[in-house]
Design a binder for this molecule. Structure first.
Ligand SMILES: *Cc1c(COP(=O)(O)O)cnc(C)c1O
Length: 444
């Protein structure tokens, strides 16, 4: 037995929740392919365009503040990677074309949280800048790197509750602009993420409880400071719009790659889901851009399937996984969330095709399968995307869905996108054992 295997054996006894079925697919009975994005009291599609413009306005400033963003001219954007059909994923050419939307590589934040988190901090910075007349109409946003602007920002605080990655995104951007930055971390948060934030002048508070508790503590602490902006992951439209911008960016990348998306060339997208903000924003944006040609699936750990639990109990708003007998025990720290976003849930009721739940062994083996097939280094949460693809292609429910939607005859022209939501910043000490455990699981 190799060392990594042994490590896992120790962990397995501490985590009796491990089960063997790899994944399951729930098809959303309310899904309506022709239903387009609608507006609610809180969300409308124009918000996506405004967010896109805001990120563009700030690009020169971000390029100046973060050397890592030079290559993408100040925009946090990830490549779209083509992946050949392969045995590691058990996929064949007649099942379509395969892509990775490589958000694990997003600079500075290292995860999908970059677009949403940066957008919300920048929206706040813009508001403060206008209040203090830091921006004249002709001024470039580079002005906001001046000593005068930073002195103003330093009076304000930006705070957030997080399982790790949202804190990384908000904390890095807020501190980068000169705000006081505070992150309230739930018990899942990895040590290296806290350390990295502290090294970048971010204050990190740690809690023994779950994500819901960290958010609550953060909200309370933020209320005590009138100059504090609290980023509310469960309700924020600013985060949501920032996430949704990814749809425009993906559209350009697909066009550049010569990929057609229409009803004869369906686009199938697999999105790891925690509270539902990031995948919900992306799905909303994609529906806006591609309409009935796009089919979005969320993927959740089977012991933290909060979005599924909410979709299955529409009459119980705010229901938690604990009420459904789940315990929030998962290696996918970014997805370890007990309650679905009540901002996003209503938007997904008819737009989301289905939800895949994945077992813990699958999350591990997916890490290895992603590395073998595509050479990508992803964290467990991001690896979940692969279970989405496999569940659609391998389960009876998946076949039924393809049949009902009239997609079977178009599969050879389909494009599948695995959204790899995080992981490139993971230190080797963290990644190498996961990869070893993943390999062992893939062969067992
Ligand atoms: C946060 C996160 C997600 C899911 O985003 P939610 O908004 O919580 O649904 C997926 N993958 C990774 C790596 C994340 O950090």
């Amino acid at each position: 037995m190799d060392r990594s295997n042994q490590n896992f054996a120790n962990q397995a006894t501490a985590q009796p929740a491990l089960r063997n079925a790899e994944f399951a697919l729930w098809i959303n009975p309310e899904f309506n392919a022709s239903h387009s994005c609608f507006s609610t009291d809180t969300v409308d599609v124009q918000g996506i365009e405004l967010a896109q413009q805001r990120l563009q306005r700030f690009a020169p400033l971000l390029e100046h503040l973060f050397p890592e963003l030079k290559a993408t001219q100040g925009l946090a954007e990830s490549p779209l990677l083509a992946v050949a059909a392969n045995d590691f994923w058990r996929v064949k050419p007649e099942q379509g074309h395969f892509w990775i939307k490589a958000d694990h590589q997003l600079a500075v934040a290292g995860s999908i949280k970059a677009r949403g988190g940066f957008h919300e901090v920048l929206e706040f910075a813009e508001k403060i800048a206008h209040q203090h007349a830091l921006l004249k109409e002709t001024d470039s946003y580079l002005q906001l790197a001046s000593a005068q602007a930073r002195a103003v920002f330093s009076q304000y605080e930006v705070a957030v509750g997080s399982t790790g990655n949202l804190g990384m995104s908000i904390g890095m951007m807020a501190a980068g602009l000169g705000f006081k930055a505070t992150v309230h971390m739930s018990c899942e948060a990895k040590e290296w993420k806290k350390k990295r934030l502290r090294q970048n002048a971010v204050t990190v508070h740690e809690y023994a409880g779950d994500y819901g508790l960290a958010v609550e503590q953060g909200r309370l602490a933020a209320h005590a400071n009138p100059l504090c902006h609290f980023v509310d992951d469960e309700r924020s439209t600013s985060l949501f719009y920032g996430y949704a911008v990814a749809a425009y960016r993906l559209q350009s990348q697909l066009q550049a790659a010569g990929v057609i998306v229409d009803e004869q060339h369906p686009l199938l997208v697999y999105l790891p889901c925690g509270v539902g903000g990031a995948p919900g924003g992306v799905a909303y944006g994609l529906k806006h851009v591609f309409g009935p040609a796009v089919h979005c699936f969320f993927v959740e750990p089977e012991d933290s399937a909060c979005f599924l639990v909410q979709m299955q109990h529409p009459e119980q708003l705010g229901i938690s996984i604990y009420e459904a007998g789940q315990n929030n025990q998962t290696i996918a720290d970014g997805l370890a969330v007990p309650c679905a976003s009540q901002l996003v849930y209503p938007l997904m009721r008819t737009l989301l095709s289905g939800i895949v739940t994945t077992s813990e062994p699958s999350l591990y083996s997916n890490i290895w399968r992603m590395q073998q097939a595509a050479g990508v280094r992803v964290e467990p949460s991001a690896a979940a995307a692969l279970s989405g693809l496999r569940a659609l292609l391998e389960t009876e429910q998946g076949q039924t869905y393809l049949q009902q939607q009239g997609l079977q005859k178009h599969m050879v022209n389909a494009n599948h996108i695995l959204w790899t939501t995080g992981g490139s910043l993971m230190p080797d000490e963290e990644y190498t054992p996961l990869l070893g455990q993943g390999k062992a699981f893939a062969h067992s």
